[in-house]
Design a protein around this ligand. Structure first.
Ligand SMILES: Nc1ncnc2c1ncn2[C@@H]1O[C@H](COP(=O)(O)OP(=O)(O)O)[C@@H](O)[C@H]1O
Ligand SMILES: [Mg+2]
Length: 241
């Protein structure tokens, strides 16, 4: 194993993936070390969600070396990948509408791991006091922002080692967006490894230290998040619509 291999927690090499006959990702390579926070940026349709789904085993991978903690995950099914400690917060908020907030959190509960932060119920409520106040409410009766918080909290209840967030800021009012950004920044400060697909540059700049920018399923740029945020011509070239 090379040095980069052993340093990486999640390593993606030559990832091509798609739907049916269509290939939408063309040979992506990037990796995250433990404690990294990486934003996956790009215009609508660039391939951000597909990249995250390919890591989770939810779309067809055509070619790839995918490894998590040195273990090959390229042909494992999604539930096995999740069990290794890969937490996934999908674009469409996945809550059980008929269950209460507390019950939703119980559904996400997994045994503690020695190598990941542990999230007992009280700690989740410390992170999201809003959820504590409505823990007996049925999740279907919450706002979009509250459902997003619940989805993140439920994923944390599985005590993940890495969190994959797909556009956590999408469709949220600015005040809620700030709340989610603060929370994700807290998780980052706690040392949780984060991969965040995002269209909002402002959100990404608040929560990520590195970035990978996708364009038509290929990496158009990768580097320091703050540098990209500060470089308006680079931003315009890569991200303006
Ligand atoms: N279920 C699907 N079936 C076929 N094509 C899809 C599907 N989902 C996404 N795509 C296509 O894959 C490409 C990348 O989409 P996606 O990963 O969702 O982009 P992003 O998340 O960056 O907006 C787009 O061209 C999109 O139309
Ligand atoms: Mg997407």
């Amino acid at each position: 194993m090379s040095e980069t291999t052993s340093d990486a927690m999640l390593r993606i090499e030559g990832l091509s993936a798609g739907y049916g006959p269509a290939t939408v990702l063309h040979g992506l390579s990037f990796s995250l070390a433990q404690g990294d926070s990486l934003a996956l940026l790009g215009r609508n349709g660039a391939g951000k969600s597909t990249t995250i789904k390919a890591i989770m085993g939810l779309v067809r991978r055509e070619a790839a070396t995918l490894s998590f903690d040195g273990q090959a995950i390229g042909s494992l099914p999604p539930q096995k990948i999740a069990r290794l400690g890969v937490g996934y917060v999908p674009e469409e908020r996945r809550i059980f509408a008929e269950l209460t907030v507390a019950e939703n959190l119980e559904v996400g509960r997994r045994p503690a791991r020695s190598d990941a932060p542990e999230w007992p119920e009280q700690r989740l409520y410390d992170l999201f006091p809003e959820l504590h106040a409505m823990r007996d409410r049925r999740a279907g009766r919450m706002s979009g922002g509250e459902q997003q918080m619940l989805t993140i909290a439920r994923t944390l209840a599985g005590n993940p080692r890495i969190l994959l967030l797909d556009e956590p800021a999408e469709g949220l009012a600015p005040v809620v967006l700030d709340r989610i950004a603060d929370t994700v920044a807290t998780l980052r400060a706690e040392g949780l490894t984060l991969l965040i697909a995002e269209q909002s540059l402002g959100f990404a700049a608040e929560v990520a230290s590195r970035c990978v920018v996708l364009e038509s399923g290929q990496i158009a740029h990768s580097g320091d998040m703050a540098e990209l945020a500060a470089d308006s011509s680079l931003r315009d070239r890569l991200l303006s619509v």
